[in-house]
Design a protein around this ligand. Structure first.
Ligand code: PMP
Length: 320
């Protein structure tokens, strides 16, 4: 007997994806949320997305990291891209809660909300297109092994400028840039890529923000560098302030990077990690964890397990 469409979709499904999704203003099974082959967002890269971490606590409850800040970034993306999608935080929170209840994740997981258009119009015209929210969830523990240092290549693919594609919204089409840079690093034998902007200053890693420790100062690229305004980076800046450690937001050139004591990367998928080397130059703290990354990892572990004064500010608790 030939395969049904549903069976074919299920066969191609990543096994970690949880069974229910939010699509077309309803909660439905993953295989029922079929996206048309002519969908605008597929052909023109117009989808914008978010990525949020959910943690299964020992108590049985679920804790979601900075849900409202992720919601705000997604709504800002709608504004930047002129998609006209507006959900209140209460509506968004309810969709996430309903999905948690029906999917009942048995471990840590990842939430992927996105705004997209599935209309079949040819041509890059935004006027008259309708965008809406969809959400899926997948089990995710570690995206990358951050217990050891990551090896980096400074990519010859530069980070696009905000005047070309918004760097403050996670625009699907823009991720071709991250993917090319990562592929270049991977085929050259490195774990990850670092992208510089067109002025030759450090922007970010392919899906993570960066900080360096140089001559005792913690530095991170400024807003205008082209880096995404990462919610993990914003959290790290608050954790450093909480520990009375000043941070300088400034341009970082390649030579400063090469002579750094620590390279720290932050992101929802990566969480907090450190670089061991870049372009074959080892950081001072290469195989071992440097003092700043050690502090950040310990603080973040305490926050995520509800053992830190910042936990109640950032963790949204859901009962199943
Ligand atoms: N930069 C890029 C390009 C990213 O895709 C991500 C992941 N969202 C980050 C930085 C880190 O941002 P956040 O901490 O909000 O996940």
């Amino acid at each position: 007997m030939s395969e049904t469409i549903q069976q074919r979709i299920l066969r191609k499904k990543n096994p970690s994806i949880l069974p229910h999704v939010y699509y077309d203003k309803e909660i439905m099974k993953y295989e029922e949320a079929g996206l048309g082959v002519a969908a605008n967002s597929l052909h023109y890269g117009t989808l914008v997305f978010g990525g949020i971490r959910g943690y299964a606590l020992a108590s049985g409850a679920i804790a979601v990291f900075r849900l409202e800040d992720h919601y705000k970034r997604l709504m800002n993306a709608s504004k930047i891209m002129a998609y006209g999608v507006t959900y209140t935080y209460e509506e968004f929170h309810k969709i996430i809660h309903d999905l948690i209840k029906i999917n009942n994740p048995q471990g840590n997981f990842y939430i992927r909300p996105f705004l997209f258009c599935d209309e079949a119009q040819v041509g890059p015209k935004l006027r008259n297109l309708t965008f809406d929210l969809a959400v899926y969830m997948m089990l995710m523990d570690n995206y990358a092994d951050t217990s050891k240092g990551i090896t980096f290549l400074t990519s010859s693919y530069t980070k696009y400028a905000d005047v070309s594609i918004s760097t403050k919204a996670k625009v699907a089409g823009g991720y071709v840039n991250s993917m090319m840079a990562t592929h270049q690093a991977n085929i050259a034998g490195f774990d990850e890529a670092l992208l510089f902007n067109n002025a030759g200053m450090l922007a970010e890693a392919s899906v993570a923000n960066t900080l360096i420790v140089h001559r005792g100062s913690v530095m991170t690229p400024p807003i205008g560098s082209g880096a995404l305004e990462g919610i993990t980076l914003r959290s790290v800046l608050e954790i450093l302030a909480y520990n009375n450690i000043p941070v300088i937001q400034c341009d970082i050139d390649r030579s400063t990077l090469y002579t750094a004591d620590e390279l720290i990367i932050t992101g929802t998928a990566m969480q907090i990690g450190h670089g061991s080397e870049v372009d074959g130059r080892k950081f001072t703290y290469s195989s071992e964890h440097g003092p700043i990354v050690q502090l950040l990892k310990a603080e973040m572990d305490a926050i995520l397990t509800m053992n830190h004064p910042l936990s109640h500010k950032w963790m949204v608790i859901f009962e199943r």
